[in-house]
Design a protein around this ligand. Sequence first.
Ligand SMILES: [Zn+2]
Length: 459
Amino acid sequence: MTHSKARLIRSLLVALFVALPIIAAAQGAVRPDADQRVQKIVAAVSQDRLQQLLTRLVSFGTRETLSNQASTTRAIGGARQWIFDELKRSSPRLQVSFDTHQIAPQGRITRQVELRNVMAVLPGKSPRRIYISGHYDSLNLGDRGQAGLNTGGGGNPQASAEFNHDVEAPGANDDGSGTVLTMELARVLAESDVDFDATLVFICWAGEEQGLIGSAAHAQDLVAAKATVEAMFNNDIVGNSRGGNGVVDAESVRVYAVGPEDSMARSLARYIARAAAVYVPSHQIRLMAREDRFGRGSDQSSFTQAGYPAIVFREANENFSKQHSANDTLDGVDFAYLAQNARVNAGAAAALALAPSAPKVTNERGQNLLSRGASGYDADMRWAASPGAVAYRVYLRDTWSNDWQRQQTIGNLTQFVLPNVSIDDFVFGVSAISGDGQESLVSAYVSPVRRSAEVKVIK
Ligand SMILES: [Zn+2]
């Protein structure tokens, strides 16, 4: 161990002993890692209901964005009304609505269309929002489906005038799986009788297959309304455990989170991994430090673009030959696996919705509240108090590592000094903790890339 590391650990230990009586006073008694309210929510996820919902959803034949809107039994018009009715039926606490947009022709939207996202809001004590989503629209690109596109099978046929929008497109896994996961979580969280701090929004998108149209329109409205969105859990293709290469994995799920390293999306991904370890220890979270898979995307990117922390869940091994074809049928969905992925979403979203908002670690001008302190050689962290927080937890790690290495819970403070710790050599973060022990996302102090003015030269 280097001299400076030893010094760092010593200073943390000293600070920990100083802080201990404060923590003990705040907590009163030893608290288990898992919150019983969240455990009950996770246990309420029903594999049978996921299967019932998906069987019904697939029975509409297609849910293609430009498919028939008039029929109540087939295509997108019937499907969205059924999702609406089912959400409404599942709990009186849910405020269910259509989020309707008139979309002009553009790209793969070849004619003007009325697009409807289906939304259920579970109001919390605070208007700050946590989103859980999947896209209910489906797509059939022909025999080879997505595998054809992946292997360079010509342009996207959707842009052609001859494209048949009413052909069979069951979309059981893409993204019927994410749709019914969202619907089941709406039921489970609303029926839990837990009063969440955050407002939970369960939303089933349309227009994803034409370029994230529904989520982009919604995100634009959020920005215009200056809404606070603290997290977006997107689920797209989360129900199949057998890859097209024959590899079977029903014990893990991938979480893609866009960078940079200390983005709030990465913070959200780390949070999900920790929550899953507590509430669904039988399931493994594989964190992916990138926006999404190669050449593929989904609705989380609409939120990223709007400046909101967003991640996407993706099944462990995909079967590309089923996606975007008539073969994306119910028999390709492993409901036990889908239920595990739903439990991970439920545990992490419920815990986060009970927590205070993450501390703000920048000032009005966006500058870090991190300095070298009075001595010029300390790490002096400051932050704005989060409403409802009774304690904070400070984190640090080496700049070259990608997850927190040390942490320490402190009292109800908005400043913490680590003596003789260089702010240049570590990354620092802070989270807020509520009276009932729920922790927020970790806000990191990030140094932005410095931009210098263009040098004027005389030619
Ligand atoms: Zn999809």
